[in-house]
Design a protein. Structure first.
Ligand code: AGP
Length: 590
């Protein structure tokens, strides 16, 4: 997490730098700051909160051709001005994305057990010390000291810093956190992603792991981990990124509406012959692993259901757990990694691990040119374009579409085109549908502390995502549960105040769902039913009526109303669904 922008050039970079930083706010908005040179001195402006607030702090004439900026998502150390970045110490201003895992080795004794101090704050002190050792100051001598300190550090980093005695220069380094260089007009920018650079740069260079260097308005030097100078091959910026985002009051709402199109675009873009070739030599005995975090993991759970028809051995694992339970990963496995951003640290680490074990890797990624997209053996793009709201909505729809198309590729009856055409037809029909009674559900749940989402089979898997969505934007505790489990303990919470949202789209489980509703109703519990079936729907206090479709396609029908429910509940409670508290869009730390 955390977003970094840095720039050096021949013109005033502050206004542009602040705009670029705004584009990185999705990476965190606990605090924000910039540091810059003016008349040979380092100055800084920092605030608690987001970039709009920072802009207010900078609403006076700052004129500088060298700047670094940061937007923070706190991992270590409380949210306060001291930990807000750039960290300013002695003659240094430093921004960091990542974690210095061994930062306590650098901390003073009195700081050892002080959880309020950030890892970056402690680490910067050591950089200060290292630079104080220098007898002779030049770009290269500073860089050597910086590199030595990094060699003794553990963790992940994208770092930029300014040093008072070299006022036209930015030092940088990258390991396991994304960092991109961009060629602008009479300036060079550094950013946490290509998107942040897309409005002002023509070309980009994605730094590789362990690269480091320095840049001034006249020079750019990049070195690899052995200290060898690297050639830089600039590439054109991804055009998709230049499109401006939807200008709606609420981005999450627009993105939910774009979900169906994202799924359709993904199917249109899906290259069946390319994927089929990759899958050609797979036997049903091949072990398939699917991994990702949060919403991406939930999409993977649904894919298991589709893939299991052809592969008896499919495991879906949270990326963080994949790292723990990795004993069985070997060259006989295919590992599928799902990620919207393509930068999630846990997932990225899994890709590296799978590659080390010589497993085949396949990525379902929504961001082209992201770290995961660049690393996997085969890439399937989720065509949702850039997603801005923290809650993943349209990217989930694109992931589902990609995973469905993938599973249809291994269909032994070779009926994949038929299946995908049917999905497209369903998606098109969903575009014109109005879902009624969601407002009534919002009124029923808005003041609850806790509710259940219940379903069986596929409905349970969709419930997992519905629950995550509602939780993260409306701050209601939601537990998604296989409906059959209710009577094994959780039914104890049911009383006349308790609301259960029951999902029932599957013909195969509908009778069982009716029993589940009865069990809740006879204890006085309130029930909301999302279902196409009249006999199930009528049992609920509120029936959100869905269209009927084949069981295996139901997630596409169910997801939209559940996303909308989450969004409307957040709005009704007066929360900003685009920026839920404590969250960030891209989780680039483990
Ligand atoms: C859900 O709304 C979140 N945005 C989150 O769970 C997200 O899906 C997860 O952090 C994984 O991110 P990724 O898809 O970018 O890898």
């Amino acid at each position: 997490m955390c977003g970094i922008i840095a720039g050096v050039g021949e013109v005033n970079l502050i206004p542009t730098g602040l705009e670029m930083l705004k584009n990185l706010e999705y990476r965190g908005y606990d605090s924000a700051g910039i540091a810059y040179f003016e008349k040979g001195e380092i100055f800084a402006q920092k605030c608690i909160g987001g970039v709009d607030k920072l802009k207010e702090c900078c609403a006076f004439n700052i004129d500088s051709n060298v700047m670094i900026g940061h937007t923070r998502w706190a991992t270590h150390g409380k949210v306060c001005l001291q930990n807000a970045q750039p960290i300013i110490q002695n003659n240094i201003a430093l921004v960091h994305n990542g974690i210095f895992e061994n930062y306590k080795e650098f901390a003073y004794e009195f700081e050892q057990n002080d959880l309020t101090v950030s890892d970056t704050f402690c680490w910067t002190k050591y950089l200060v010390k290292k630079l104080e050792e220098l007898a002779f100051i030049s770009e290269e001598s500073v860089l050597q000291q910086f590199k030595q300190l990094l060699d003794n550090s553990r963790g992940s980093w994208a770092i930029c810093f300014l040093y008072k005695y070299l006022p036209n220069c930015i030092f940088f380094a990258k390991k396991d956190s994304p960092m991109v260089l961009g060629l602008g007009d009479r300036c060079i920018w550094i950013g946490s992603d290509e998107y942040a650079l897309s409005q002002v740069c023509r070309k980009v260079y994605h730094l590789e792991n362990s690269q480091y260097g320095w840049v001034s308005s006249k020079n750019l030097r990049v070195y690899d981990k052995f200290g060898r100078e690297c050639d830089i091959f600039w590439s054109k910026i991804c055009n998709d990124l230049k499109e401006s985002k939807t200008q709606n009051d609420c981005i999450m709402e627009s993105e939910i509406e774009e979900g169906i199109d994202s799924a359709i675009q993904t199917l249109e873009n899906f290259d069946f012959s390319y994927v089929s070739k990759f899958l050609k030599n797979i036997s049903p005995k091949t072990k398939l692993y699917i991994s990702g975090c949060g919403t991406a993991h939930n999409a993977g759970k649904i894919a298991k259901f589709w893939l299991n028809k052809h592969f008896p051995f499919v495991e879906v694992e949270y990326a963080s757990e994949f790292l723990v339970n990795q004993q069985n990963i070997d060259s006989n496995c295919i590992c599928i990694f799902v990620s919207q951003s393509g930068e999630t640290a846990d997932t990225l680490k899994c890709v590296n691990l799978a590659k080390e074990r010589q497993a085949k890797t396949l990525g379902i990624v929504n961001m082209e040119n992201s770290s995961i997209a660049n690393l996997v053996d085969i890439l399937i793009l989720g065509k949702s374009q850039k997603e801005y709201a923290v809650a993943a909505t349209k990217s989930y729809m694109a992931q589902l579409a990609a995973l469905y198309a993938l599973s249809s590729c291994v269909d032994i009856e070779k009926s994949h085109l038929r299946k995908v055409d049917r999905l497209k037809e369903l998606l098109l029909s969903l575009k014109n549908i109005t879902i009624e009674r969601i407002d009534d559900v919002v009124e029923l749940i808005k003041d609850r502390q806790s509710i259940y989402y219940l379903g069986r089979g596929m409905d349970y898997l969709v419930a997992l995502e519905g629950a995550l969505k509602l939780k993260e934007v409306s701050y209601i505790h939601v537990e998604a549960m296989p409906a059959g489990e209710l009577k094994h303990g959780s039914i104890a919470l049911i009383d006349s105040d308790f609301v259960s949202i029951v999902l029932s789209t599957q013909n195969a489980t509908k009778e069982k769902m009716k029993t589940c509703i009865s069990e809740i109703k006879c204890r006085g519990g309130k029930v909301v039913v999302f279902s196409p079936f009249v006999d199930v729907g009528q049992m609920g206090d509120i029936w959100v009526k869905l269209i009927e479709c084949e069981d295996e396609l139901a997630p596409f029908v169910l997801s939209y109303p559940l996303q909308r429910l989450a969004y409307l509940t957040a709005k009704r409670k007066g929360f900003n669904p685009d920026k839920p508290r404590n969250l960030a869009k891209s989780v680039t730390v483990e």
